[in-house]
Design a protein around this ligand. Structure first.
Ligand SMILES: Cc1cc2nc3c(=O)[nH]c(=O)nc-3n(C[C@H](O)[C@H](O)[C@H](O)COP(=O)(O)O)c2cc1C
Length: 170
């Protein structure tokens, strides 16, 4: 089976979301794609020969069995860096590498809300791309800063929920 492609919605070095993604990728067929090199979307540069990082991103999505997105919430919604990467991946509209792609989403926040509002906006973005968003289980990890130690997710309940979600991609 093809690998799952993991995408973190934060570029921060000490990102809790990336720590959660790294933990979940351990011992699994999950390859992590770093979206930090993807430039700002510009339709003038889009088309058959997009910038190299974009081409690599789209190729990795196309080759994957599904996506695992782990993201924070920024101002009640999807972080700009993640939206930007997905905007590139979404072209050509309705016929992109995201069409029909299975997508599992986890949000993590230091707040008690667990990034639930970002979860909704990330789902909406994937729906616009005709991706197959896994509807259940919905995994939002609140107070994530108390559940990550030394760059690893250690909370048993969160791990159990996330594992249940990953199973839907396999
Ligand atoms: C620009 C910005 C906006 C934020 N907005 C929210 C928000 O709406 N809801 C929330 O729960 N946390 C919000 N936060 C806090 C983030 O959840 C927190 O910084 C988190 O640790 C970011 O994820 P990371 O650790 O993976 O980088 C915001 C942080 C930033 C930098």
């Amino acid at each position: 089976m093809n690998k799952i492609l993991g995408i973190a919605g934060s570029l921060r070095r000490e990102s809790f979301n990336r720590a959660v993604l790294n933990t979940l990728a351990e011992g699994r067929e999950i390859e992590i794609f770093d979206i930090s090199s993807i430039p700002l979307y510009n339709a003038d540069q889009d088309g058959e020969h997009p910038p190299d990082p974009v081409r690599k991103f789209k190729d990795a999505i196309a080759a994957s069995a599904g996506l695992l997105v782990v993201s924070p919430e920024y101002n009640y919604g999807i972080p700009g860096v993640l939206k930007n990467a997905l905007d590139w991946a979404s072209r050509p509209g309705y016929q992109s590498v995201l069409k029909g792609k299975k997508v599992a989403i986890i949000t993590c926040s230091m707040a008690t809300t667990g990034g639930a509002r970002a979860q909704a906006s990330i789902r909406e973005c994937f729906y616009a791309c005709l991706a197959e968003v896994v509807p259940y289980p919905e995994v939002a990890i609140p107070t994530v800063h108390t559940k990550v130690e030394n760059g690893r997710l250690t909370d048993a309940k969160s791990l159990e929920l996330a594992e249940g979600l990953i199973k839907t991609l396999q």
